[in-house]
Design a protein around this ligand. Structure first.
Ligand SMILES: Nc1ncnc2c1ncn2[C@@H]1O[C@H](COP(=O)(O)OP(=O)(O)O)[C@@H](O)[C@H]1O
Ligand SMILES: [Mg+2]
Length: 408
């Protein structure tokens, strides 16, 4: 049951076999060219027209203008409207706007590069996804949802996407470059986090989940690989590859085996509850260096998720044992976060008693760890090295999938 501390990311990528069988994841300056503002105004269309979302977004404190890669600002009114409808981002940026640099991470569908805007000289992260892989793995809807969900969200603990574009073979998403690396790498280096450190990261994640759920978005791929640290050591959740607007319930089996909730494994209809289960697994892994139901065999992992007892290393504080028992419970009518008071129950739990939530949201709580990086220099020292491939982006050829990714 022990997770090899040396285990590399790749071992814990999502379960491709499973998803192919089923059919259905502060560099705050935008990278654009001069036409962007105009185009953005012209292209605003109703891609995400949700009344419930409007009300909630109106309450959100959004500010974007100074951060645009071209330096183009836009008024608050425009920003609120974008949040309600989702931004249409195609055409704002294109490949020649960026100089492509090293790989920051690879995933199941493509890779993420460090890039530099040729307009403002700043660094961004460019996620590149191969269309034929998306089609082969039946992830068309998920990939379109990834763009849509990222274009809607605006929160201090979520990565910011500036725009998307495509060539005949790939789709591209341009995001802020989060310089401090993955929480995964820090955790593997540290083996375990002390109680207050785990609590700090968990509390920031809790606010991010609360925000997503308030928009009826479930995230579905919470794990340390998808949590990045910014230059000050605050979290930024990236990878909206499985995020989806779900006002009611959904069925798709997706996620990363160790972190998948039992209701997903057993193909029951599910909703936000699954993120609270994963939140429990995340806290467990941060405190103990391993996930509770891991097995080399994915099938056995699933069996454990469905029926193995939850046991704790004895050094876990009794408050957190209590919290984890209430999050990692198979009984949905008991799972914290999924009850009448939603995330409030989680925030009010004894383990979080010393957290001042307003200050945390305002990023006014000192972080436990500051990544040792030179800010704004494209420093990649906190990221693992990946073999580079020949880059053949920007090809203008036949595109058999042209109809599938029109929003990019
Ligand atoms: N905005 C970003 N800044 C820095 N690194 C990033 C960013 N987004 C992703 N990465 C890196 O790339 C990896 C893969 O990206 P991700 O979106 O998680 O792809 P996948 O869906 O394939 O898992 C991440 O785990 C992280 O290491
Ligand atoms: Mg990922």
């Amino acid at each position: 049951m022990y997770v090899d501390p040396q285990k590399h990311n790749a071992v814990r990528k999502l379960d491709i076999d499973t998803i192919t069988k089923s059919n259905e994841n502060i560099n705050e300056t935008a990278p654009s060219s001069d036409d962007n503002k105009k185009q953005e105004q012209q292209q605003e269309t109703q891609t995400f027209n949700l009344d419930s979302m409007k009300e909630r977004n109106d309450q959100m404190n959004v500010s974007e203008s100074k951060d645009n890669p071209s330096g183009n600002g836009h008024g608050n009114e425009m920003i609120q409207k974008q949040n309600v409808l989702g931004r249409t981002t195609s055409g704002k940026y294109n490949l020649p706007d960026f100089q492509i640099m090293r790989t920051l991470g690879t995933g199941s569908f493509g890779r993420v590069h460090l890039v530099r805007s040729i307009h403002n000289g700043r660094f961004y992260a460019l996620k590149v996804i191969k269309k034929n892989t998306v089609v082969r793995l039946k992830q068309i809807e998920h990939t379109n949802d990834e763009r849509r969900m990222l274009s809607v969200v605006n929160h201090p603990f979520l990565v910011r996407m500036w725009g998307t574009f495509q060539d005949s073979e790939q789709i591209f998403m341009i995001m802020d470059y989060i310089e401090g690396g993955e929480l995964f790498s820090l955790l593997r280096r540290s083996q375990k986090f002390p109680n207050p450190v785990a609590k700090f990261y968990a509390a920031e994640v809790c606010l991010a989940l609360e925000y997503l759920h308030s928009l009826d978005i479930i995230y579905r791929d919470l794990k340390p690989e998808n949590i990045l640290l910014d230059k000050n050591g605050h979290i930024k959740i990236t990878d909206f590859g499985f995020a989806k607007y779900v006002p009611d319930v959904t069925y798709t089996l997706c996620g990363t085996p160790d972190y998948i909730a039992p209701e997903v494994v057993s193909s029951k209809p599910y909703n936000k509850s699954v993120d609270w289960w994963s939140f429990g697994i995340l806290i467990y892994e941060m405190l103990s260096g391993r996930t509770p139901f891991y097995d080399r065999s994915t099938i056995k992992t699933y069996e454990n998720i469905l029926s193995a007892p939850l046991t704790f290393p004895s050094y876990l504080h009794e408050d957190v044992q209590d919290l984890l028992n209430r999050l990692i419970t198979r009984d949905l009518s008991k799972r914290l976060g999924n009850l009448q008071n939603g995330s409030e129950d989680v925030k009010n739990h004894a383990w979080f008693s010393e957290v001042i939530w307003d200050k945390l949201l305002a990023r006014c709580i000192e972080t436990p760890y500051e990544p040792p990086i030179s800010q704004g220099q494209g420093d990649t020292s906190q990221f693992e090295k990946y073999p580079e491939e020949d880059i053949n982006y920007g090809i203008k050829g036949d595109d058999p999938y042209a109809d599938l990714f029109k929003d990019f």
